[in-house]
Design a protein around this ligand. Sequence first.
Ligand code: SD4
Length: 343
Amino acid sequence: MTSRRQFLIATGVGLAALGTGRLGTAQEPTAGSGTGLSLIDEVVPPGQQPATRPIVVSTWRHGQAANAAAWPILRAGGRALDAVETGVRVTEADPQVMSVGYGGLPDRDGHVTLDACIMDETGNAGAVAFLQDIKHPISVARAVMEKTPHVMLAGEGARQFAVAQGFPTTDLLTPAARRTWQDWRRTSHYKPWSPGSDPARHDTISQLALDAHGNLAGACTTSGLAFKMHGRVGDSPIIGAALFVDNEVGAACATGVGEEVIKTVGSFLIVELMRQGRSPADACREAVERIVHKNPHWRELQVGYLALDRGGNVGAFALRPEFQYAVTAGPETQLIDVAHRTG
Ligand code: SD4
């Protein structure tokens, strides 16, 4: 629709190896990112036929392992919802990822509290917020969606529901996370994000998938901002903020400082912009601009958006450098450096 639409094509092994020509960021990947990608304009009419070649995208470097778990389900003709649940469970279980699930950094009082949500192709959604002691909040979120009349359960009620559903309880605070928290307590200096800060502290996994039937789904799961106030809930369990899926249009997800994402209803905004004809990359850029417009301190924050439309086109944009996403549409997965706001 618009000349600002941009589309990445393979110039070398890049996307040809991926089996797709559908990646986009709002500007070219940073020089030296080694993606072998270049940009051309592309038009993606809203209401287009859904793609039938599956694709899965995830936030951050650890999205590669999540995609690797999701991909076999998609390749076999499985449901996008199953793919994203399976994918992000890998990250939830990985103690090396100190921003999601087991091994996640605790709040300021030393409690690991988890937020997650999931959304399917019919617009159904489930979420858990401020959940403790359960390793796989994404599966609890799915159980909320499928087994209750509600969308979100929080805190002790969510925990009781999980236990009643047969989820085992686990101490989620690993020795490494405890040590990092104890180090932090020496100063107790709290800043949600600052340029150059340890990326492990702000690496929520959000994953979006399109299956061979043309259906979309998404999942988002996190331990939230490290050393947050006890009881703080971020964007990650909030439908429309960290995740939104509309099978008629596309899906979007977020990572970063959740307060900014909640206040601008980022993922819903991106899907609505795509409905109006904006490309995924352009829509993500516009959602970032909303934050810049509203918050004069935006340079001290990070937010990254990732979107996938029903045609299988992917785009992303971030407030600050260092945001990456993983994309899998064939046997190989690529890690893409995402363009960011300058100035
Ligand atoms: C939050 N959005 O709790 C999450 C944190 C995050 O990458 O995404 N980090 O605000």
